[in-house]
Design a protein around this ligand. Sequence first.
Ligand code: IMP
Length: 423
Amino acid sequence: MAVNLLLGLQWGDEGKGKIVDVLTKDYNIIARFQGGPNAGHTLEFDGIKHVLHTIPSGIFHDKAINLVGNGVVIDPVIFKKELDNLNQFNLDYKSKLLISRKAHLILPTHRILDAASEAAKGKAKIGSTLKGIGPTYMDKTGRNGIRIGDLELSDWKTRYRALANKHEAMIDFYDAKIEYDLEELEAEFFEAVKVLKTLTFIDSEEYLHQAQREGKTILAEGAQGSLLDIDFGTYPFVTSSNTTAAGACTGLGIAPNKIKDVFGIFKAYTTRVGSGPFPTELFDNDGETMARVGNEFGATTGRPRRCGWLDLVALKYAVHVNGVTKLMMMKGDVLSGFKTLKVCTAYEYQGKKITHLPYNIEPENVTPIYTEMKGWSEDLTGMSDASELPKELNDYIAFLEKELETPITIVSVGPDRTQTIHR
Ligand code: IMP
């Protein structure tokens, strides 16, 4: 039985959590493969909005197993808060939440290091969510990290101390004048580790291998977006993991030839939080309307998101890098009421028209070239069938499908589970 992947194609916040939740009924296992609590996956149903950071988005379903894979980095403090939130809904998560022993731990000093490193960057700051993601992945690739499986060993606290001491020296080196009370942070951390240890830790690559042999269905859930990928994103304004399809292989131990469908999630327009290039960014009323109607504020940090028109140059790049087989378009409803819609189909780059994403996409050397399309005025939020969609939206969809050479199989018309149109 094959494995399907679900990924964001832009700069994150595409609405992956909602689609995983919608699709979970078709899967036995939902597995997160990279990132950490920098993610904020929002799900809405029965009038309640849930935000998950590390726990996979299938957790609200009765049967599916939710696995936190080896490629994920876990902050026990945030994880505990997520569990507390699930308790509030009387959710019996213990039997259906598994954690890879090979996932790395985010320590309190990783968070402080993140803040110190950002402060030291000044104007060049990345706009990190400051959850300690970069420093934790640095320790992973630097071969210093502490993994979930280490919590089962008797000497893990000694190793913790050695690493935290080293971090303190590094924090001093940055001289960023960050105030923190490590004793307090550690008390909270060790308390949260105790809770984490009540969950089931497994050799997840072996678990997934067996599951595949037994014909179980697996959906790998991505976090962030393709343009934040450490290799293929707008470096250095990226996150520290591989958010693209290959990340699911390394982040779960799934072989590439076992992957069948790659679902690419994108918004009908574009948003970005944090710093970095964004060629189609708007600074006018249209951008403000997208932000207001789309409620474009970060689910993790509450920061306002930058908004702009759909960028097909960047989207095509993401479709190619990931091998997307099916597209899912989110927030179509937010574009209702725009008389004219613009879609970027090429860039003017150093005096030439190009249709690929160049190495260096600073605003001063890239000007988007737009195709204009007629907008629609109908409110989409109450629609439930493809036959109800206005002609102009169908034209927009047809244009994108032709340009991206990939079918759009879902159009989302609101945040709720039910506001999902299958095509
Ligand atoms: P970090 O991964 O927290 O270090 O953040 C690095 C960059 O990725 C910043 O620009 C963040 O705003 C962005 N980022 C990280 N996680 C997310 C996410 O889940 N959605 C959108 N942007 C994100």
